[in-house]
Design a protein around this ligand. Structure first.
Ligand code: PLP
Length: 475
């Protein structure tokens, strides 16, 4: 048996073949069903129950990609993927991932990956400028927005100066109930962060929203005052710019003075919509965020960067560090006072070299290229919304500020919820497009999200026809 890695000639040959394989995959992706057409357990049943004792040739492994893996994929890179928030990878992003795997750096300390540490700082400053964020905001990369927000709330908790890092929260009669405020439309990741941080679900208060699904700032102010009167300790507000259900934008300029009056940390969840702020005419969506304490945005959502890459911008890196830094002897380095080490700012020790793919995406497309693609997605969303608006069979369920349209069939059955659900299942089962849903004002609502780099007007027209086909079929 020969030891060591794959022979270098084989690496070269298979590598070229795999790039060809990926190019072919993208070439024919339009013909694949968007939603995996398999039943739960189908793939597991086809796989051996233990690992092969002897190594197998790459040819056999690649053949199984086609035979087993591709049919079990839901194709997020499909141009007719309109569900959840449509996202996509891109060629420069794929190359960035490939190189990052080759370097296999664990960027825990500056010295274990100076390139990752320093490129991250530079690339995040580029992005900060493109989004028009305040220079006082420094960025750090985590895997997902869920994790970015968890870190932001941990830093906010550090600011209350209750020695929670040292003494914890349980068994402490001296500690009042700490409260985080979100709107009813906030993402579940915030509640999960609150649970994970030991604040408990009762440590989170949901504020009602207005008719356009935006946090009611007056209700927020009243809730904070009421909680204070009851002896609670309000410490953090999470505003959402681009909510998951409708892409509504909380009124940050009205929320800021409330946070300032009560010394509350303001975290902005712009996981989806943050990317849109690179478009000059959309920059207003971040109005007020120059006074936020932290903000999360996900280039892996709408900046053509392969999953995963989430950015937390924070005005108080010292507090984030105070919440998470713990340096055992074996991690001490002579330069530690002069440099930034990623492991000081989070739960993880080792960190992936994620900045590389964002750097490659930003350089390859340039600011103009990124702006033009997002502008086109917004144009397509407005176009689709205009068809809905003009049709007697359909209605819009929320404003369309960005690339997401919330709509539903407005007539055709007594039970419109089931009717719309059947239309959606019909579209999804066709394999020709994928939609998702939400519930707005207690009405089942369909969501069409445009954010994939391959989506064109032709795809949007096709899904509109498909929806109308399904409506006529089921009615
Ligand atoms: N916040 C908002 C507003 C979202 O829409 C999402 C996901 O869609 C998230 C947070 C969670 O993102 P992630 O999967 O990166 O944790």
């Amino acid at each position: 048996m020969t030891l060591g890695d794959m022979d270098k000639e084989e690496f070269r040959r298979v590598g070229h073949e795999l790039i060809d394989w990926i190019a072919d995959y993208f070439d024919k992706i339009d013909e694949l069903p968007v939603l995996a057409a398999i039943e739960p357990g189908d793939l597991k049943a086809k796989l051996p129950t233990s690992a092969p004792v002897q190594g197998e040739p790459m040819e056999a492994i690649v053949a199984d990609l086609d035979r087993l893996i591709v049919p079990a994929l839901t194709h997020w890179s499909h141009p007719s993927f309109f569900a959840y928030f449509a996202t996509s990878t891109s060629a420069p992003g794929i190359f960035g991932e490939l190189l990052s795997a080759a370097f296999d750096n664990k960027a825990m300390l500056w010295r274990t990956s100076p390139a990752s540490t320093e490129l991250e700082e530079v690339v995040l400053d580029w992005l900060r400028q493109m989004m028009g964020l305040d220079p006082g905001m420094l960025g750090i990369i985590y895997d997902t927005a869920s994790v970015s927000s968890l870190h932001a709330i941990a830093a906010a908790r550090e600011k209350v100066e209750k020695r929670i890092r040292e003494e914890g929260m349980s068994g402490r009669p001296d500690l009042p109930l700490l409260r985080v405020y979100v709107s009813e439309q906030s993402h579940s990741s915030i509640e999960k962060a609150v649970i994970t941080l030991g604040l408990g679900q009762r440590g989170m208060r949901k504020i009602p929203t207005d008719s356009e699904f935006r946090m009611d700032a007056r209700a927020l102010a009243a809730a904070v005052e009421e909680d204070k009167r009851n002896g609670y300790l309000p410490f953090c507000v999470v505003a959402t710019v681009g909510t998951t259900s409708t892409s509504s934008i909380d009124p940050v300029p009205e929320i800021v003075p409330i946070c300032e009056e009560h010394a509350l940390w303001l975290h902005v969840d712009a996981a989806y919509a943050g990317s849109a702020a690179v478009v000059p005419e959309l920059r207003h969506i971040l109005a007020g965020c120059e006074r936020a304490d932290s903000l999360v945005t996900n280039p892996h959502k709408w900046l053509f960067t392969p999953f995963d890459l989430s950015v937390l911008y924070c005005r108080h890196m010292d507090l984030l560090k105070r919440a998470f830094s713990l340096v055992p002897e074996y991690l001490r380095t002579p330069e530690q006072e002069k440099v930034r080490s990623g492991s000081d700012y989070g739960i993880q020790l080792g960190r992936r070299f994620r900045a590389l793919k964002l750097w490659m995406v930003m350089r390859y497309f340039g600011q103009e290229g990124l702006v033009a693609r997002i502008q086109e997605h917004c144009r397509l969303a407005r176009l689709f919304a205009s068809w809905v608006d003009e049709s007697p069979d359909w209605e819009l369920m929320a404003p369309v500020p960005l690339g997401l349209v919330c709509f539903r069939a407005s007539q055709g059955a007594a039970d419109l919820d089931s009717f719309n659900e059947s239309i959606m299942h019909g579209v999804n089962a066709s394999g020709r497009a994928l939609l998702s849903h939400t519930r707005l004002n207690d009405k089942l609502t369909l969501r069409l999200s445009i954010g994939n780099i391959r989506t064109t007007e032709q795809h949007v027209r096709a899904v509109w026809e498909l929806l109308n086909e399904q409506l006529r079929l089921i009615r």
